[in-house]
Each structure stands twice: as structure tokens, then as C-alpha cells.
Write a protein that binds this ligand. Structure first.
Ligand SMILES: *Cc1c(COP(=O)(O)O)cnc(C)c1O
Length: 397
């Protein structure tokens, strides 16, 4: 991560195909496009990559989450269980549907704690959204069992974990629906873009229509299409899809590089007794987009972050004080600072945030350090980085 580090001739060639025919729209314009259907081609490449029956491209990862929930019937007043450690997109996408985000603790996988999920289930719960943060995953067997037992939808946000697997299956393909982002910093990037994946034909057809104003996409005459239901514009453009198409062909190469770099860094840090690593569930294999490790306490984590910077090691974070990824700093959510009125139901539904505490999440996030694994590093650079990291950490212990 991120894929832009290795942009090259493949991406240029794909983009030029689109510019040469002038069709930036993914639907229609059959005569002008000289056989180029970049979005359709990318969808079929992703079906292979994710071993899934259906892929619907959309305009972002945030859109993917809204579309995934919406096409499965989640809407006003429904509760969606989600983790305290994620990206703000998770609750935005839930609230855009008029649904209620119910935040629960994570565990040492840095994803949903199955016990916390089960405790949070109410008659209003419709879905559980597991966020596969920083290249790894939650305990998918436990989460799936809970969802089956309570008849809930399992949605996977795999935006940060493309290329990771669980029991040999790509992350994102295990739940009822999976969501991906191809924004500017993700492992595969196309600028702005995302995907919803599913094996459920009805959800897929709904996603196809819903992400394009509810158009039914029947026949060749766009103007004659009808609207089986209301939709919105969550389309991706041909230009974005073209970049994505070049990138997806390189996904296996990107994952190999991530794993090589990850292993060098992890092996080096394993020699420090105070350092422990996140739990990866049995049968799970990380995408290696990030290396995550734990230190003894918050003070040490804060010191190590400073020390890493002083030793010239960039792109490492402790998320405890982070505005984007952890509940502690989400005042705009806790105080419901909305530009426009929000329904009473959602206001009521979010009241729990005034009092609920998240000690278990705090315990893991305070001690966690997350380091981005770059694709452009040479092996020699990674080894040098590893020795700087060891020095920087030891200096604080
Ligand atoms: C990036 C990201 C998103 C949102 O994707 P965008 O394409 O930026 O809208 C959602 N969830 C997670 C976990 C992400 O990392």
C-alpha cells in the first residue's frame, strides 16, 4: 500500500484507451467506445481476484458500504453493529441510509470483538459490519456463527485488506457482502472508486440499479430504461476504472512485495521481548498492508512514535489520539453535529454514546502501533528501516 507508488506504462495505456475514444461514462455510447468497457472489464477481473459471483463498481469505498447495506434492505431505524476502530466512513455510510451505527469494542485482532457484538444485538439489529483493519481480520468463524444464529447480515469492509485471506478465501468474500475502496492511498488505487462484492444475485442486481439512479439497464436504449426503484448516483467513471484495471492485474505482485517487506520488519521486531503482535485468527493470512504491534502501555507507545520519527522512520501511527480512525476523537458523531436535521429515531439510537465507554478498545488501541508497508521500498531499504525501528523502540524501553 499504496498502489500509486508503482504507477507505470500499464496505467498510462489503459487511461489513453479511454481518452482516445472520449467515452468517460461506463454505460451506453456503444458506437463511440471502440470496444472499450473498462468498468465492465474491471468488474470481471475483480470477480476472478475475489472468487466471487458478482462485483459492482461504485464511486468510493464509502459508497460501497452504503450500497452494500442498502441493497440488502438496511434503512431507517435499523441498527448496524460496527467497531470503535475503523474509518469515519463506516458510520457515515450507515447514517446516510437513516440507519443507526452501534459501536462496540474491538479485541486483539484490532477488529470486532465477537462477545461485544453478541451483547449489542437488539430486535432492531439488521447487520454486523466487520472492518478488516490494517490488512488483517476479525474472527470470521465466530462472527459468522453469531450472524447465522441471530439471522443478521454480515457485511465485510475489506477496504484496507485487499489480498488478505481467511481459510484460503479472499477477505471481503466471506460475509454476505464485501466492500472495497480504491481511493488514492489503498493497495490498489484508481483515484476514487470502490466495489461491492456478493454471491447473492438479488443483491447484485439491486446494486447495479441502485448505484445508477435505479435505471434497470435493460436493452441498448438508455432513454428507454425504466426504474424499478429509487436510486442514486454512485457510479465509477471509465477513467477511474481504467487505472483500476491496470492495477488489479498487478495485485499478486503488490501483495508479494507487501509480504516480503512485512516479514523483514516483523522478524526484526520479534527479537524485542516487550513487543507483541496483533492476533491473526487461525486460518487467516494478512495482506501485509500494515505491520501492527503492541507495546506495554500508552506512555511507551507515545514515546516510541516520537523515537521512530527521530530515527527517520515515517508512516507509523498510534491511533489513540487519531481523529480519523478511533472513537475517542469523534466529537462530531458523539454530539451529532449535522448540517441538516436528523430523525428522532437516529438521535435516540445514538444516545448510548453519551455514556458508553470502550475500555477494551482503549486497552488495545493505546498500546498499538501501526506502520504502513510501502511497495516502493527495495529490500536493502526495508532492512535499514528494520534496524532503525529496533533502535528507536529499544531507546524507549
Ligand atoms: C478507505 C476506507 C474506507 C472508505 O473508502 P473511500 O474510498 O475513501 O470512500 C472505508 N473503510 C475503511 C476501513 C477504509 O480504510
Amino acid at each position: 500500500m499504496p498502489g500509486f507508488e508503482l504507477f507505470g506504462d500499464l496505467e498510462r495505456k489503459q487511461v489513453n484507451d479511454v481518452l482516445d475514444n472520449g467515452v468517460l461514462m461506463r454505460y451506453g455510447f456503444d458506437g463511440m467506445r471502440k470496444g472499450h468497457w473498462k468498468a465492465k472489464e474491471l468488474e470481471s477481473a475483480l470477480e476472478d481476484a475475489f472468487q466471487t459471483n458478482y462485483v459492482q463498481l461504485v464511486s468510493s469505498g464509502t459508497a460501497a458500504v452504503s450500497v452494500a447495506l442498502g441493497v440488502a434492505g438496511v434503512g431507517a431505524g435499523d441498527e448496524v453493529i460496527m467497531p470503535t476502530f475503523t474509518f469515519v466512513a463506516s458510520f457515515e455510510a450507515i447514517m446516510a441510509l437513516g440507519a443507526i451505527p452501534v459501536l462496540v469494542d474491538i479485541d486483539d485482532t484490532l477488529a470486532l470483538n465477537p462477545e461485544a457484538v453478541e451483547e449489542a444485538i437488539t430486535p432492531k439489529t439488521k447487520a454486523v459490519m466487520v472492518v478488516q483493519m490494517c490488512g488483517s481480520m476479525g474472527d470470521m468463524t465466530a462472527l459468522k456463527n453469531i450472524c447465522d444464529k441471530h439471522n443478521l447480515l454480515l457485511v465485510e469492509d475489506a477496504c484496507q485488506a485487499i489480498g488478505g485471506t481467511y481459510n484460503g478465501k479472499p477477505l471481503g468474500s466471506i460475509g454476505d457482502l464485501g466492500c472495497f475502496s480504491f481511493d488514492f492511498v489503498k493497495t490498489i488505487t484508481c483515484g476514487e472508486g470502490g466495489a461491492v462484492i456478493t454471491n447473492n444475485e438479488e443483491y447484485y442486481i439491486n446494486a447495479d440499479h441502485f448505484s445508477d439512479h435505479g435505471h434497470d439497464h435493460v436493452g441498448n436504449d438508455r432513454g428507454a430504461e425504466t426504474h424499478p426503484f429509487l436510486g442514486y448516483n454512485f457510479r465509477i467513471s471509465e477513467l477511474h476504472a481504467a487505472v483500476g484495471l491496470a492495477q488489479v492485474k498487478r495485485l499478486p505482485e503488490f501483495i508479494d512485495i507487501q509480504k516480503r517487506n512485512f516479514k523483514i520488519l516483523r522478524d526484526a521486531l520479534s527479537d524485542i521481548p516487550e513487543v507483541t503482535f496483533r492476533t491473526v485468527p487461525d486460518g487467516g493470512e494478512e495482506s501485509a498492508a500494515f505491520l501492527n504491534f503492541f507495546l506495554p502501555d500508552l506512555e511507551t507507545s507515545r514515546e516510541v512514535i516520537k523515537s521512530l520519527a527521530a530515527h527517520g522512520v515515517d508512516a507509523c501511527w498510534n491511533y489513540y489520539d487519531n481523529n480519523w480512525h478511533y472513537i475517542r476523537k469523534w466529537e462530531h458523531l458523539k454530539e451529532l453535529k449535522s448540517l441538516f436535521p436528523i430523525t428522532k429515531e437516529v438521535k435516540e439510537g445514538l444516545k448510548y454514546l453519551e455514556t458508553k465507554t470502550f475500555e477494551k478498545s482503549d486497552y488495545f488501541i493505546a498500546r498499538n502501533i501501526s506502520c504502513l508497508i510501502k511497495l516502493s521500498w527495495t529490500e536493502a531499504e526495508v532492512k535499514e528501516r528494520a534496524s532503525k525501528m529496533v533502535k528507536a523502540i529499544k531507546a524507549c524501553l
